[in-house]
Design a protein around this ligand. Structure first.
Ligand SMILES: Cc1cc2nc3c(=O)[nH]c(=O)nc-3n(C[C@H](O)[C@H](O)[C@H](O)COP(=O)(O)OP(=O)(O)OC[C@H]3O[C@@H](n4cnc5c(N)ncnc54)[C@H](O)[C@@H]3O)c2cc1C
Length: 308
């Protein structure tokens, strides 16, 4: 199968890289290499998926790697990075953005145009596609989740078929969506203009948000931001972890942050196995002490994959 895959892959324009390091492509700086890595432009994504599917090679997509824990053994099969899919253009009252575009660029662009409503995304280090599948945001208030900005998205299903879907079809939830459950890839999105304001005032609000993040969040070490979702109707996840006495708890080089107990920091050479052990320890301790099940927000690759 591998030989057939490689033969067909050679007919596509973008080259494949073998045994490509992935840790530098993640915010945690953890994980082994990709068996094959490819960074195609948007137009080639369906071709790669069809080749992988027809030759039975497992595949997945990687955005900016800010919400994933990649296994120490690396990833089998094909990893499609969205790093070259970063186009962004204005079309009247919409912004059309490719799935790999960094959120930081989207926030800047909206501010330059004098569009309000994008400020909450400032400081989230992901891509537009990663944010849509995770329904990224800063609270559970609708206007602070990316689904609020979305008019429609072009998705590719597991067979490589493309279609534009409505926000309802994406069924955005708490740091998840139907796109994530179904393994759809977000290739493009059309985002709306929620309101208008002066660019200088919008930039001031963005700076305030970034400053507040710097104060509250342990940004000095590699991490994936919040590891767990906040349990429904309850207190924030960090408060359970802190009260269970786990702030500062360490397994190898993976450590629960003292400042924000829902973050696990890579203190040097942490491994995925160490992070997983720490995550399991937190879940056990919080369940035992409070009867609360903490659900993971970060995605384990390849363990959480929905199949090729
Ligand atoms: C310091 C820090 C702060 C953070 N703060 C926040 C925050 O305030 N709010 C918040 O919600 N999150 C936050 N995060 C988490 C993360 O940035 C977001 O979830 C982000 O949207 C993930 O995007 P990504 O491109 O990095 O996705 P990745 O980590 O690359 O991937 C995450 C998942 O999405 C899938 N995926 C990626 N791109 C696509 C695509 N185009 N189509 C389909 N699937 C895709 C991957 O296969 C994987 O399953 C933070 C992370 C860090 C490190």
């Amino acid at each position: 199968m591998n030989a057939v895959f490689l033969e067909r892959a050679a007919s596509l324009e973008t080259p494949l890289r073998e045994a490509a390091p992935l840790a530098p492509r993640t915010s945690w700086r953890i994980g082994g290499p990709a068996r094959w890595l490819c960074e195609p432009p948007r137009s080639e994504f369906p071709l790669w998926v069809r080749v992988a599917r027809e030759t039975r090679i497992p595949w997945r997509v990687l955005g900016r790697g800010s919400n994933v824990l990649i296994d120490d053994a690396g990833l089998p099969g094909l990893t499609l990075s969205t790093a070259r899919m970063t186009g962004l253009r204005r079309e009247g009252d919409f912004l059309e953005v490719e799935g790999g575009a960094p959120l930081s660029r989207l926030v800047r662009e909206a501010a330059d145009l004098g569009w309000t409503g994008y400020e909450f995304l400032a400081g989230i280090p992901g891509s537009v596609g990663g944010a849509i599948v995770m329904n990224a945001g800063t609270s559970l208030r609708p206007e602070e989740q990316i689904a609020f900005l979305l008019c429609e998205a072009e998705v590719m299903d597991r067979r490589g078929e493309l279609r534009w879907v409505s926000p309802e079809a994406l069924d955005p939830g708490c740091r998840t969506s139907a796109a994530r459950r179904k393994g759809w890839v977000v290739l493009r999105a059309r985002l709306r203009k929620p309101g208008e304001g002066s660019p200088a005032e919008i930039r001031r609000r963005i700076s305030e948000r970034l400053e507040s993040r710097r104060r509250r969040q342990p940004l000095e070490r590699p991490s994936a931001g919040s590891v767990f979702k906040n349990p429904p109707g309850g207190r924030p996840a960090w408060s359970y972890i802190r009260e269970a006495g786990l702030a500062g708890c360490r397994v190898g080089d993976a450590q629960v942050s003292e400042r924000h107990a829902n973050w696990i920091l890579n203190m040097g050479r942490a491994t995925a196995a160490e992070v997983r052990t720490l995550i399991a320890r937190i879940q056990e301790a919080v369940a035992e002490r409070f009867g609360v099940r903490l659900e993971r927000e970060v995605v384990f690759l390849p363990q959480d994959e929905s199949g090729a």
